[in-house]
Write a protein of this length. Structure first.
Length: 130
């Protein structure tokens, strides 16, 4: 993977008013990993996805530019898979919700089982022009 701009994650973190420790906690990665990312070192797409999710931005927004076509394709694929998985979860949750309503129970799935983003907190897809 090519190095990303070292100030982009720092800029996003600071716009939230977060310390490196807070971003590490919110994203579920180590403090040292956050420090490395902000220093411009490479990371896996999984790590970048966790950080992006904590910052509530698409993975692509962690970069100022993505010059590597292979990396760009992997980021697009990751975002597409995430969107597909969320859509599938929403369909299943909706079906269960109607079932619960039909038998007189009001569900609270997101409160009981917060496996992914709810509709209200889901970010709108923000993809840069390719």
């Amino acid at each position: 993977m090519r190095s990303m701009n070292s100030t982009r994650i720092m800029e996003l973190r600071q716009s939230q008013g977060w310390t490196q420790e807070r971003l590490a906690t919110e994203s579920g990665v180590g403090l040292r990993t956050i420090q490395r990312l902000e220093a411009g070192q490479d990371a896996s797409l999984e790590t970048l996805s966790l950080v992006a999710e904590a910052l509530r931005v698409p993975v692509r927004d962690l970069f100022t530019t993505i010059d590597d076509a292979g990396l760009s394709d992997r980021v697009d694929s990751l975002e597409d898979r995430t969107d597909e998985q969320q859509a599938a979860r929403d369909r299943i949750a909706g079906a269960w919700r109607w079932l619960y309503i039909g038998v007189g129970l009001e569900p609270h799935l997101d409160e009981m089982y917060p496996l992914s983003r709810g509709k209200q907190s889901r970010r709108a897809p923000q993809r840069a022009a390719r």
